[in-house]
Design a protein around this ligand. Structure first.
Ligand SMILES: *Cc1c(COP(=O)(O)O)cnc(C)c1O
Length: 385
């Protein structure tokens, strides 16, 4: 069974299955070993090999990965964490989960990513960590800020939820030495159904994350079978990745070369089709190095463009409404001009591997039509149907 619903350009995002996922899940179901186990561990080894690193720790979600990474980075109550407002709310919730204070920063308008300068300008005596978000899959080079951050004992925790497979220079994201967090949620570059991964910096950090994800219990199944008790060695949460979910991820990883090429090609097809439109600026995800996660553009009159494309069945989206304007994070609101401008203009076009070139032509031509009407004062009754 593969991709039963045949998604098209009505969907903004969609998982893409290669066919072996269902068999892999069926084998786990037959085994009776659904929870954390051998399949999870094999998935960890395969991801580590793929990235060219020693170790990777699988967890239940990208949010869980961020939460555990901040714990092992030593972030706690009262600590400031520098984070772009332009991210999914999960990044910020992870900071609140450890009692930290989000220090929202602006982003570069062309990439929607933080820069060395934006980060350094936000550092205070209370800063404990920086969370660069690899927006749309684009790797972020903070090499100019790194020395200063290290000297001040500030840890970099990369939110690479969008960026599985992307490269920073010649290395894959996750192999650059920072604490890195991936998401394997339903619509990410690689999916486990739900899942995530932390790339630790040291074997000690890996051990700590492994303890934290299993309720602070470290005994193996075999040890447990032979004793009348178990040892809880630390604080911990129910954050492990199940064998069922890992089986999906393993099947996806075996085809990641295809995923990588397909997502790059889709982005390039969009970029060349969009180049003929006036008033549309793509957000640059650097597809020569990244495995693109989104195809985002900036347009004037975004809300009207969004409504009209939706009314024509084109699955546009907005990634993301900025966090510093969310009620839950109002206590940390500040003025972020580039983010606020982007928030009014960003539009995510349908972007998933079920799209054909014809779908992309259809989306771009619908966008072109709508923009003609949106040039002046757009009125909903005059737009094309
Ligand atoms: C998806 C996502 C997360 C959270 O990952 P989940 O697996 O959904 O918990 C965090 N940050 C960003 C930028 C994301 O897109």
């Amino acid at each position: 069974m593969t991709n039963p619903s045949r998604p098209n350009s009505r969907r903004n995002a969609s998982p893409y299955l290669y066919g072996e996922e269902a068999e892999a899940v069926a084998r786990v179901l037959e085994s009776g070993q659904y929870g954390h186990g051998a399949v999870t561990e094999e998935f960890e080894r395969r991801v580590a090999d793929f990235l060219g690193i020693r170790d990777a720790v699988a967890v239940a979600s990208g949010t869980a990965a961020l939460h555990l990474a901040l714990i092992v980075a030593g972030v706690g109550p009262g600590d400031e964490v520098i984070v772009p407002s332009m991210t999914f709310c999960a990044t910020v919730q992870a900071i609140l989960a450890v009692g930290g204070t989000p220090a929202f920063v602006d982003v570069h308008p062309a990439t929607l990513c933080v820069t060395d300068q934006l980060v350094m300008d936000a550092v205070t005596d209370r800063t404990r960590a920086v969370m660069p978000v690899l927006f749309g899959g684009r790797a972020i080079d903070l090499s100019r800020a790194r020395k200063e951050l290290t000297a001040r004992n500030i840890v970099i925790v990369e939110d690479a939820a969008h960026a599985f497979g992307s490269r920073s220079g010649t290395r894959r994201v996750g192999a650059t030495g920072d604490l890195t967090c991936f998401s394997f949620g339903p619509i990410k570059n690689l999916t486990c159904g739900q899942g995530g991964m932390v790339i630790p910096r040291t074997p000690e950090e890996a051990d700590a994350i492994r303890r934290l994800r299993l309720l602070g219990v470290v005994q193996s199944q075999a040890q447990r079978a032979n004793t009348t008790t178990y040892r809880v060695e630390s604080f911990g949460l129910r954050y492990q990745l199940s064998n069922l979910n890992a089986a999906v991820g393993l099947a996806q990883l075996a085809h990641f070369g295809t995923t990588e090429r397909a997502r790059r090609n889709l982005w390039r097809t969009y970029r060349s089709a969009l180049s003929s439109l006036e008033g549309v600026t793509p957000v640059d995800v650097d597809p020569d190095h990244s495995v693109p996660h989104l195809c985002q553009v900036r347009v004037k009159n975004r809300d009207a463009v969004f409504a009209h494309l939706r009314s024509q069945g084109v699955g546009v989206g907005v990634h993301y409404p900025p966090n510093h304007s969310q009620p839950a994070f109002a206590a940390w609101k500040r003025t972020l001009p580039a983010t606020e401008q982007a928030a009014k203009e960003i539009l995510s076009l349908p972007f998933h591997q079920h799209l054909t070139e014809q779908h992309i032509e259809h989306v771009v031509s619908a966008l072109g039509q709508v923009l003609k009407y949106a040039g002046g004062t757009m009125c909903s009754t005059t737009a094309p149907r």
